[in-house]
Design a binder for this molecule. Structure first.
Ligand code: PSU
Ligand code: MN
Length: 305
């Protein structure tokens, strides 16, 4: 498997020196935000992780390799290439074998992070059970990945484009713990509260690391969701986001958007309908997650074994 991995010089040096590494996904760059904000966000998030004492590894597929850590030019390429494929577990062998340009989702980034020996991964929001999944069967592969791949995923919860209650039920069924950072409530990405609670509130990096270390030491396979609410000053109004989400969902339905296009379509429409304000919230929450993720990576690194 290692033959497919290509480490950037920065990440290779971190591995050699024993510095903790934090994984970052790339679908958020190629399909989650417009250019140039996507590339600026990616660079700033990487720098936040460096400033906190860890090393960032943005993950993507290029030239038949799983790249662990990207150069500035590679980030720019991902942020500007309309043909970058959105790569989940299903798509990974195709994109590697065909030597396509691929941006990794939460699921694919978890797989690649585990291959590269990286335990902590920072993103914005994870995929989940879509509203109406009882007829569409639309459940993100991110949830199955969390059930089986040993990576902690720091996120701001899930968007209310999804059925948040069903997403939490699905995670429970598959034994995926949801940690809350700084609050009991499970956040809803653009807003701090979803009306549902996280399973366990663990505020300090040390407590979070002890939990994750213990889970894996017990032989309990799978990931952990570390849910960190958007900073209050960057959060959106619940009424506004609910209204816009309903409109975006109705449009997706009318246009017959299905499969892997659903999430990017909804994210794009929400950005347009909020005149870009949702993008500012999105960027703020990812940066906040980077701080939490870097601290967690440092704390986890200090655990033996
Ligand atoms: N949710 C967001 N922003 C994102 C995504 C989800 O708020 O950018 C991206 C992530 O890469 C996630 C993917 O893994 O969408 C989920 O896509 P799907 O629902 O098709 O599984
Ligand atoms: Mn889907």
């Amino acid at each position: 498997m290692q033959q497919f991995l290509l480490f950037s010089p920065e990440v290779a040096a971190a591995r050699a020196a024993g510095t903790p590494v934090v994984a970052l996904e790339s679908t958020i760059i190629s399909h989650g935000m417009p250019y140039p904000q996507n590339v600026t966000m990616a660079r700033e998030v990487e720098q936040i992780i460096r400033d906190a004492g860890a090393v960032p590894a943005t993950i993507a597929i290029m030239d038949g390799k799983i790249c662990i850590g990207l150069s500035d030019e590679q980030l720019e390429l991902l942020g500007t290439s309309p043909d970058a494929m959105k790569v989940s577990r299903r798509d990974l062998p195709f994109v590697v074998a065909q030597k396509r340009l691929g941006a990794t989702t939460v699921a694919a980034t978890m797989i690649c992070a585990q291959l590269a020996g990286i335990a902590v991964f920072v993103t914005g929001g994870i995929g989940g059970v879509h509203r109406g999944a009882e007829t569409s069967f639309d459940i993100s592969a991110d949830l199955q990945e969390l059930a089986q791949t040993n990576v902690a995923v720091v996120c701001a919860g899930v968007k209310s484009i999804l059925d948040i209650g069903l997403t939490l039920e699905y995670l429970e069924t598959h034994g995926v713990p949801v940690i809350g950072v700084g609050q009991a409530g499970f956040p809803a990405f653009f807003t701090r509260e979803s009306g549902f609670n996280a399973d366990f509130q663990l505020d300090s990096p040390l407590e979070q690391a002890a939990f994750i270390h213990t889970k894996w030491a017990l032989g309990l396979r799978g990931g952990v969701v570390v849910s960190n609410p958007v900073p209050a000053e960057a959060a959106m109004q619940k009424e506004e986001i609910d209204r816009i989400t309903s409109q975006a969902l109705a449009e997706a339905h009318q246009r017959g958007v299905t499969g892997k296009s659903v999430t990017p379509f909804l994210l794009g429409r929400i950005k347009e309908l909020t005149c870009g304000r949702s993008l500012a919230t999105n960027i703020a929450l990812v940066k906040h997650n980077a701080v939490v993720g870097a601290r967690l990576a440092l704390a986890l690194h200090d655990f033996p074994g």
